[in-house]
Design a protein around this ligand. Structure first.
Ligand SMILES: NC(=O)c1ccc[n+]([C@@H]2O[C@H](COP(=O)([O-])OP(=O)(O)OC[C@H]3O[C@@H](n4cnc5c(N)ncnc54)[C@H](OP(=O)(O)O)[C@@H]3O)[C@@H](O)[C@H]2O)c1
Length: 290
């Protein structure tokens, strides 16, 4: 049995909380910014999972747990960290379920780097109500194949959440970043995935991913040359009306994860002397368009 607190009761936090609670092996609480009433419901096609989980709203009253899972957006790291003093009073590790490649850097200053367990999230889902989530595909996570990564994976035994442990986790994160980096194009155009069918947009997407590959390789990731093509193929095979989270956030006037998805390519490119003009332009346009 583990006591697990999930900071961020959104799409990913909801899916993870529902599955972890379903095992009957864990005590699961959601840490939210405001009170949320009712059972947590996750719908995945015809499958409906319902879980009764505690909802905490005051970081000052948080009690020590065995694991903290952070499932806020990357830009809400500081707010999420306000929960750490209470929840991690006994030294609990913090699994960060967020996009990007800077899971540890994002929480530097709030948590010792060795306590942070970076998690790659591949789980299409969106919130449809305060404690309601629609999952639109398989829930897949990946972690490093080390002791903390394996301990994290063990939490999910008996659930439908697949947790892969990887000996080359850095490359796993960068491959996901390549997908996310190209996702800036529909967000800029405020059009769903169908825009990738346009060959001119496809060519820009390949360029954005090639910049990400170059920077990722300089950071030590192992990335195939054909990744640009496979990322584009993935977007072209997606439902034409699908909307990525950067697009959804921008359309709703919320902050976006542009820095975690494209800004990082520009920043790390600069560090390695690698030009990233397409990512740079994308960041500038998203930021100027706020
Ligand atoms: N959803 C997907 O399909 C998907 C797929 C792959 C990766 N990801 C990544 O997973 C991460 C989480 O995304 P998401 O889609 O689950 O986001 P989301 O639905 O927007 O949920 C984020 C949640 O964090 C909460 N939050 C923010 N600050 C908080 C704080 N200080 N204390 C407690 N809760 C706080 C928000 O609260 P409010 O309700 O008050 O706003 C919201 O409920 C992101 O990095 C995302 O890129 C998502």
């Amino acid at each position: 049995m583990a006591r697990i607190a999930i900071v961020g009761p959104g799409a990913i936090g909801g899916v993870m909380a529902a599955w972890l609670a379903q095992t009957g092996r864990h005590e699961v609480a959601l840490c939210a910014r405001r009170p949320l009433a009712g059972p947590l419901t996750v719908t995945n096609g015809s499958q409906v999972i319902t879980a009764d989980v505690d909802v905490l709203v005051d970081p000052a009253r948080a009690r020590a747990v065995d694991w903290v899972l952070v499932a806020t957006k990357a830009y809400d790291a500081a707010g999420a960290a306000a929960w750490f003093p209470g929840l991690c009073a006994n030294g609990a590790p913090v699994a960060v379920l967020q996009n990007g490649v800077e899971h540890r850097e994002r929480f530097a200053g709030f948590m010792a780097p060795e306590k942070v367990v970076p998690v790659m999230v591949d789980c299409p889902a969106e919130r449809t109500g305060p404690l309601q989530v629609r999952q639109r595909g398989l829930a897949k996570l990946a972690v490093a194949d080390d002791a903390p990564g394996r301990a994290f994976a063990a939490l999910f035994v008996g659930t439908d959440v697949a947790v892969e442990t990887s000996e080359d986790f850095k490359s796993v994160l960068w491959r996901k970043l390549c997908v996310n980096a190209a996702g800036v194009l529909p967000a800029l155009l405020l059009k769903p995935a169908a825009v990738f069918q346009d060959e001119r947009i496809g060519e820009i997407a390949r360029g954005i991913v090639r910049e990400c590959i170059a920077v990722g390789r300089a950071e030590g990731a192992s990335l195939d040359d054909d990744l640009a093509e496979s990322v584009l193929a993935r977007y072209r095979a997606a439902p034409p009306d699908s909307v990525n989270s950067l697009h959804a956030d921008r359309a709703a006037g919320r902050p976006t994860e542009i820095d975690a998805r494209n800004g990082v390519v520009v920043r790390l490119g600069r560090k390695h002397g690698i030009a990233t003009p397409l990512n740079q332009m994308a960041v500038a346009l998203i930021e100027a368009g706020k």
